[in-house]
Design a binder for this molecule. Structure first.
Ligand SMILES: Cc1cc2nc3c(=O)[nH]c(=O)nc-3n(C[C@H](O)[C@H](O)[C@H](O)COP(=O)(O)OP(=O)(O)OC[C@H]3O[C@@H](n4cnc5c(N)ncnc54)[C@H](O)[C@@H]3O)c2cc1C
Length: 452
């Protein structure tokens, strides 16, 4: 049977764009892609990129204070949100243009509209046109979900947070995951009074306990009013703001409320189940190690599969899909030892197993140090950093590396190579320290602080 395309990709985010352009540009396939919103997807338009730019913006507040301690005569007049937002929006427009160009330069035909599956080889576009393809790749990502409660629509999500008309005076952030914590640090740095409610016992569930404990302490020390074991039970528009009643009995009016309470895969009304594609309990597309769904001609990558929801992982999954389907080289996606950063203030970088996960698997040694780094200590700040290695007591392999420090994201990218290669504690020890740095501690920790 002759198809219109070799590949039809639904979704022009991190995973979809990479798969489409590599399949067309390098593997020579005839490829089309449909995008219902803006090219670049969550990462570029409403995720990693605008968020990181806001992190940078917010870090100038302590940096300006530190500069004075270093002898600079400096006076900051305040933060101009509309000026920053204009600059941010222009940058996102530029990046979207880059993504469009990447696709057209690779020969990918694009459709600026929503698409759904009509059958295992047919995509139906919003205008009713149907296109057939030998393979269909679903890369529709995810979307923030608000808790089901009355007046939840008064709150914003991470989608709207980049486009606020004004910077609020006070803000409640609900959630304890990395997105909630990152925005708590951002708005705190920008001078907003930030309150954070999280229903769990500690923020950043799933990460190393000691590392997330330090992030939590440092966030509070920096000014975030964090309430653990606390959730919202009522909200109304009142007194020119949003009145919130919480499980801890408090009632307070905030200028803005941000729900960062989770994300759900974009699979609704996509024709997936009708075509025979199996969905999981959270609505995610179920795939095998090669990103193939229960329908052999349909593959899915990225957040819509809810495996490891990170941009570089979506990209890897897209590359592995092209390698498997268009280059005859079956390539499973490797989700082991993925280094990642949380852009809280302080930042956290992590790769491999947490101490708790590692202990469940066998005997370990834990090497850990926490100290006041030179740069901020000199400026009189009490900030602490943490460097931690979790080591297998039998093989001596470093199973996990956890860093809480300014620049931890940059550090963990490099430490991640060693951990991924299977480096032992002795390999770390044989490496000469770079002095004076914070990360030199990672190669100079002599005695374990715990065995278990
Ligand atoms: C606030 C925030 C911060 C983040 N920070 C980081 C970070 O620091 N580091 C990191 O690695 N990851 C981060 N992420 C996660 C990262 O953005 C995602 O993992 C990544 O974008 C997933 O890529 P994707 O291709 O699966 O989906 P997406 O990038 O979400 O792209 C999906 C695209 O499909 C389109 N689409 C949906 N349905 C249809 C349809 N029916 N037809 C046509 N098009 C459709 C959407 O409009 C979207 O453009 C962050 C996410 C958020 C929300």
């Amino acid at each position: 049977m002759a198809f219109d395309y070799d590949l039809f990709v639904i979704g022009g985010g991190s995973g979809g764009v990479r798969a489409a352009r590599v399949a067309a540009g390098e593997a020579g396939a005839k490829v089309a892609l449909a995008e219902s919103s803006r090219y670049g997807g969550t990462c570029v338009i409403r995720g990693c990129v605008p968020k990181k730019l806001m992190v940078f913006a917010s870090e100038y507040a302590p940096a300006i204070a530190d500069a004075r301690a270093y002898g600079w005569e400096i006076e900051a007049k305040g933060f101009d949100w509309p000026a920053f937002r204009g600059h941010l929006e222009a940058e996102l427009d530029r990046l979207e243009g880059v993504y469009r160009k990447l696709l057209s330069n690779s020969g990918v035909q694009t459709f600026d509209q929503r698409a759904r599956l009509a059958d295992p080889h047919t995509v139906e576009l919003a205008d009713g046109t149907r296109k057939t393809a030998r393979h269909i790749l679903i890369a529709t990502g995810g979307w923030p979900v608000k808790p089901e409660m009355q007046n939840a629509d008064l709150a914003i999500t991470s989608n709207e947070v980049f486009h606020l008309d004004n910077l609020p005076k006070s803000m409640l952030i609900v959630g304890g995951g990395y997105i909630a914590c990152e925005f708590a640090g951002i708005f705190n740095g920008l001078g907003v009074e930030v309150t954070q409610y999280y229903r769990g016992a500690q923020i950043l569930r799933g990460f190393d306990d000691e590392a997330r404990g330090l992030v939590s302490e440092e966030m509070q020390q920096a000014g975030v009013d964090l309430h653990l074991g606390t959730n919202v039970i009522g909200m109304e528009r009142r007194d020119g703001g949003i009145w919130i009643k919480a499980t801890n009995g408090t009632e307070k009016v905030f200028d803005q409320v941000l729900f960062a309470t989770g994300r759900a895969p974009n699979t609704a009304d996509m024709g997936l189940e009708e075509a025979g594609v199996t969905l999981g309990r959270r609505g995610e597309i179920v795939v095998d190690g090669y990103s193939q769904t229960s329908v052999p001609s349909v593959y899915a990558i990225g957040d819509v599969t809810d495996r490891m929801n990170l941009t570089p992982v979506a990209i890897r999954e897209g590359m592995a899909f092209v390698e498997t389907v268009f280059r005859g080289n079956p390539t499973p996606v490797d989700h082991e030892c993925v280094p990642t950063a949380i852009f809280t203030q302080p930042e956290m970088g992590t790769v491999g197993l947490s101490e708790e996960e590692a202990r469940d698997r066998g005997p370990i040694e834990v090497y850990c140090t926490s100290f006041k780094p030179m740069q901020t200590a000199f400026a009189g700040r009490p900030d602490r950093v943490l460097m931690k290695l979790v080591v297998c007591a039998e093989t001596r392999r470093v199973l996990g590396c956890h860093i809480v420090a300014p620049g931890a994201g940059e550090m963990i990218q490099l430490a991640g190579i060693a951990v991924k290669m299977g480096a032992t504690k002795e390999d770390f020890d044989r490496t000469v320290a770079v002095h004076p740095t914070m990360s030199e501690e990672i190669v100079t920790m002599r005695a374990p602080v715990r065995r278990g």
